[in-house]
Design a protein around this ligand. Sequence first.
Ligand code: FE2
Length: 358
Amino acid sequence: MPATQADTKVSQYLNEAQATEQALIQTLRAHIAMTPAGSYREALEEHLTETREHSRLVQDRLGSIASGVNLARVAVWTAELGIGLAESVTGRMLAIWKAPIDLMRGRSGEEKLLKNAKDECASEALEIATYEALQRVAEAVGDEETAELARRIRADEERMLARLRQEITKLADAVVGAEVEGRPTYRIDRTGAADAARRAVRTTRRAGRRTAGAAADRVAKAGEETAGTVDAAGREAAGATDAAAAQVEEAGEQAARTARTPRRRSQTESRSRSGGRETNGRSSGSSSRSARASASRSRRAADREPWPGYNEQTVPEVRDALNDANQQTASRVLEYEREHKDRTAVEQAAERQLDEKG
Ligand SMILES: [Fe+2]
């Protein structure tokens, strides 16, 4: 057989094997969904993994052969034989089986599983035969690589068939237990579909928590950033307020100093008119240093109440108290009033007392 024709024939059998694997993938997924957890489902899940790997290996081998031959020629051969991937003999057989078998399923879950296992054994037998044929064709045309692949996959199929047959015994016992002895063991809440649904719920919840957590983190971060901005603005505002307050305080002190100067002058003039000794004493022989010290003492004295409870006393009460006050006390009252309260009636009373005592 010419090389190209041999490759085309091998590709034809590889395509049949590929169709078988693809059909079995769909069947196994459906059977896993209705099978409760246990040794049988473990066998099906391992079989599904293995079947996907077989499909990949067969597809790779088809690709390798196609890269060395005229793909158009392969297509012609396939068309001439009436064999397409979707309508291969194996695919048709599986399709023919599926519909009536679905209708003939047993009454109990246990019996459905047994019938599924019998189908799987039949599929395995067909796969074994398919790979046996592929192996023989590949050996005949000298395609040792394809022959070795077919040999390897066939060994997997034979091992899986043996395992499925072991499950048949247990599944048949379960049917008797459920339908004859009234001891059902099929748990619909333990099937692959139920487990998949629970996994989906858990995944959704985890995703939800992650999303909520991320959203909360974003909100917290935004809050922190906002708080930081507000804090910075607050500090800036506080700084501006402090500066303004300092300016106001400075202006106030300046105004107070300005205000004190003429009023002291007025006091001096008043005492001069009455011949007060204190005024004359201050004005005679004072240096600039003693003047500043005197002013400082005066300010400190002016900040203190003339006597305890002074701030709570009314004007008549202070005036009454001034009647008995000495010159020093009257002077403190006058200074305090000018600094803090500025009550004209009290200041006049204090000045009168100073005049009388002076
Ligand atoms: Fe397989």
